[in-house]
Design a binder for this molecule. Structure first.
Ligand SMILES: [Cu+2]
Length: 226
């Protein structure tokens, strides 16, 4: 029905796009109705020769209905938005599905360091692969990220995933994503973090299993055979 402005490339991107469309569809008619009514009232009750202004206390039942009826409707519609927002929040931020892989993401002024687990599939081992401003993942596999900051607040944002997560110095924040297709997409810092904030860009390279294996092999030291 309504196409997203940015291509959705994660399993939960559609959920967030739906939420944005829902908010727009619910809020837009009220915006036009309120603005239309406002300008119509300005015109309808403009100054007219010999016509004294009406004294309105705000307690007249027939006038109060202009507040109570829309107010009730808006609160009911708010409940719909809250339900959809809580559903999305639970799915993306509360629930942590089991991971196929875990990567570490470290933000600093003004670059990203990504630590990939390497052939043994575990972080904090000798075969970890560390890259600057390039995150390599596999399409269709679920990733946990461990997000850290070396200095100030940053925000790990991958627009095509609809992923945004603040990083905080002194904390390791775990979240998840699963890419739905291969390709190369932007990563950005979405938290004003100093003079170089605007150049704190990186890329996510989403591989097939095979091309990931090739990349991994080309970045791993050959293991000594005993
Ligand atoms: Cu930053």
């Amino acid at each position: 029905m309504i196409e997203s402005l940015i291509e959705p490339v994660s399993t939960y991107a559609g959920e967030l796009d739906f939420l944005f469309v829902l908010i727009t569809v619910i809020v837009m008619p009220w915006f036009f109705a309120a603005e239309g009514l406002f300008f119509w009232l300005l015109w309808r009750f403009r100054y007219q020769e010999g016509q004294p202004s009406m004294y309105v206390t705000g307690n007249e039942p027939d006038l109060k209905r202009w507040i109570t009826v829309p107010h009730t409707l808006i609160i009911l519609l708010d409940l719909v938005l809250i339900a959809a927002a809580v559903r999305g929040w639970y799915m993306i931020k509360q629930d942590l599905p089991t991971a196929d892989h875990t990567v570490r993401v470290i933000a600093q002024q003004w670059a990203w360091t990504f630590i990939h687990p390497g052939p043994d599939g575990k972080l904090d081992t000798d075969d970890d692969i560390e890259t600057a401003d390039e995150l390599h993942i596999i399409a269709g596999e679920l990733y946990h990220y461990q997000l850290e900051s070396r200095d100030v607040l940053h925000n790990f944002s991958i627009p095509v995933f609809r992923l945004k997560q603040d990083s905080l110095p002194g904390r390791r924040i775990t979240g998840w994503f699963e890419a739905t297709k291969e390709g190369t997409y932007d990563i950005q810092c979405a938290e004003m973090c100093g003079i170089g904030h605007g150049i704190m860009a990186a890329r996510v390279i989403i591989h097939s299993k095979e091309s990931y294996a090739v990349w991994e092999a080309s970045h791993s030291e050959p293991v000594a055979q005993n």
